[in-house]
Design a protein around this ligand. Structure first.
Ligand SMILES: Cc1cc2nc3c(=O)[nH]c(=O)nc-3n(C[C@H](O)[C@H](O)[C@H](O)COP(=O)(O)OP(=O)(O)OC[C@H]3O[C@@H](n4cnc5c(N)ncnc54)[C@H](O)[C@@H]3O)c2cc1C
Length: 425
């Protein structure tokens, strides 16, 4: 890792997995780094994700195929896609952009950009965790994607060929092979795909806390403070916080699903929305699964973690202020009940949680520097892949901030790609 020519005071806004990996990367360059967040480390979306490095998710969320399936998923009361109708008018501009992102040329560009990040993701996590002596947080678990209906065979074959074309290791499994590998699953499955090279983390919240502890042990400071506004201040930046003003040489906005609020005050319109996702964690349950298991039809993932069996699902377009919708938990119970060999622990005592995935219409994150305020940088918008892409995002942004050539071309992740400025570039 390159050391900075001149160490400076850097404020990282947001103590999620993206903010904490970025703070550590900047600290490694010799900077004095503070992290500001009104909540504790990893208490946002990074708390309750599925803990899976989903490197095989190289397709943008908006494609002709996903758009054609969306109405059915939305109308199904247990379907993976939800949008409270009263939110529709607010969502309309984002949805229009989301639909426009399904143009084949944009899907192809998006796939290349996601595959580039995902392809570098595991190695970056290894470097990050080796640096702080926490290698055991990352587990070479493999991943299983299963289908219940034989009607999905052609889709699974096509998906396998597509992923192999992109260099992703994937194997076909018939029902009896699935049963042999995962006896905790129902015997009612038809077929599946196995990803032997896939990784998970042991516990996503514990992971962020461990990053935070290493950061503090090296002299980093975490302040429980909300940043209300950023303002250019000389060559640096002034942070207006709920605890007063605070000046830094540079700031990194890594505030997850709320990042666009801070960008807007600096003249940048970024169409960030949240895809709300839900989880159940069954802490009392003996581990019935050996690896993360996804259901292609139900679009949920079950991950065995140190803290219990976690079942996650749903893409709910409902903004940041709506309370969690309780029937989603019943749907998750229903899905897990159909996929697992026994329902023990599903009905009582599970932790219920909802979190905000930060998502842009083209499914790509922002990893960039403000075009007019060079002291302000951005790392947000990682949708379903924030855990997967956090460590590589941190490396890329830190390299850019140090004036080095990042290991990947950052053009697809620029902050201005949706604004008028971008159109006139
Ligand atoms: C149900 C579910 C399952 C998922 N499963 C996976 C998975 O298996 N694999 C994967 O890769 N990804 C997964 N994700 C996505 C992943 O969790 C997110 O992309 C990732 O956590 C985003 O990290 P972040 O640091 O950007 O945001 P967050 O973790 O949300 O952190 C942002 C932080 O910024 C703080 N903040 C906000 N505003 C301010 C402000 N004004 N001032 C100061 N601080 C502020 C917040 O308090 C928060 O702590 C899942 C998400 C969900 C919801």
């Amino acid at each position: 890792m390159t050391r900075a020519a001149s160490p400076c005071r850097i404020a990282v806004i947001g103590a999620g997995v993206v903010g904490m990996t970025t703070a550590l990367a900047l600290q490694r360059q010799g900077h004095a780094v503070s992290v500001l967040d009104p909540r504790g480390p990893g208490e946002g979306a990074s708390y309750g994700n599925a803990g899976f490095l989903a490197t095989e998710l190289i397709d943008p969320l908006s494609t002709p195929s996903t758009l054609s399936k969306a109405p059915r998923l939305w109308l199904d009361p247990h379907g993976a896609l939800a949008m409270p109708l009263r939110y529709l008018p607010r969502m309309a501009p984002w949805l229009m952009r989301f639909i426009a992102a399904a143009r084949p040329s944009r899907v192809a560009e998006g796939r290349r950009a996601l595959a580039a990040l995902n392809g570098a993701a595991v190695a970056a996590w290894r470097r990050c965790l080796a640096d702080i002596g926490a290698e055991e947080e990352l587990v070479a678990s493999g991943y299983l994607l299963v289908w219940e209906s034989g009607r999905g065979r052609a889709a699974a074959k096509a998906q396998m060929a597509h992923l192999q074309h992109w260099g992703i290791e994937v194997e076909w499994l018939e029902a009896e092979e699935i049963r042999a590998r995962e006896p905790g699953l129902t015997g009612e499955l038809s077929h599946g795909l196995s990803f032997p090279g896939a990784h998970q983390v042991r516990d996503p919240h514990a992971l962020v806390r461990r990053l935070a502890a290493a950061f503090e042990a090296r002299g980093g400071v975490i302040r429980q403070t909300r940043v209300e506004r950023l303002e250019p201040y000389g060559e640096g930046v002034r942070l207006h916080t709920d605890a007063g003003e605070w000046d830094a040489d540079r700031a990194v906005v890594a505030a997850g699903a709320r990042s666009h609020h801070l960008a807007r005050d600096l003249g940048l319109e970024v169409p960030l929305e949240t895809e709300r996702g839900y989880h159940l964690t069954l802490p009392q349950r003996g581990q019935p699964l050996r690896q993360p298991v996804g259901s292609a039809e139900r679009r949920c993932v079950m991950t065995p973690m140190r803290c219990g069996l976690r079942i996650v699902g749903f893409t709910e377009l409902g903004g940041l202020s709506l309370a969690p919708i309780r029937r989603r938990y019943a749907s998750l119970r229903r899905h897990a009940g159909a996929l697992l060999a026994d329902r023990q622990g599903l009905d009582h005592g599970a932790e219920e949680w909802m979190g905000f995935r930060p998502t842009l219409p083209d499914s790509l994150p922002v990893i960039d520097t403000h075009p007019d305020v060079p002291a302000v940088h951005f790392a947000f918008g990682h949708q379903h892949l924030g855990l997967t892409q956090a460590a590589i995002t941190a490396e890329l942004l830190a390299a850019r901030m140090a004036g080095d050539a990042p290991a990947l071309d950052l053009a697809p992740y620029r902050v201005t790609r949706f604004s008028r400025r971008w159109k006139t570039e």
